[in-house]
Design a protein. Structure first.
Length: 138
């Protein structure tokens, strides 16, 4: 589960083999924290993997917003056929669904049939799809 405020920019360490454990976005990603939209910041290396890539940073990350917002985002491939990935996602709060849906991603164009609600969710889903595709070529 990735932090719902983490905007992945570039993949970090990749899996060495398909049997390596998969992180919530498929691989480790470097990116930007957008918990305060008007003040995005680059998390330090100590925070990226345990907080940004793995989510549930409430009470652990000083930038995590107070309130009733989500804690993490989870993705899963539910279909991979004829140049299209179907991705299920669940946005969570306290390990319970906060929002959910399915996305259709074209592996040929690298875009979604319908854009997800929000830039962060869209980028995380795209990062997940990119990691999945890289993992398939190992």
């Amino acid at each position: 589960m990735a932090c719902p405020y983490f905007y992945p920019m570039q993949p970090g360490a990749r899996a060495v083999s398909p049997r390596d454990p998969m992180l919530p976005l498929g691989d480790a990603w470097a990116g930007i924290c957008r918990s305060v939209p008007e003040w995005p910041s680059t998390p330090d290396d100590a925070a990226v993997r345990p907080l940004c890539n793995l989510g549930y940073a409430r009470g652990k990350c000083p930038r995590f917003p107070a309130g009733d917002g989500p804690d993490a985002v989870r993705f899963a491939i539910v279909g991979d056929q004829q140049g299209a990935l179907r991705i299920a996602y669940v946005v969570e709060r306290d390990h319970h669904p906060f929002a959910h849906g399915r996305l259709d991603y074209s592996t040929q164009t690298g875009v979604f049939a319908e854009r997800p609600a929000g830039e962060i969710l869209e980028r995380q889903a795209q990062a997940y799809a990119e990691s999945y595709r890289r993992r398939k070529t190992l």
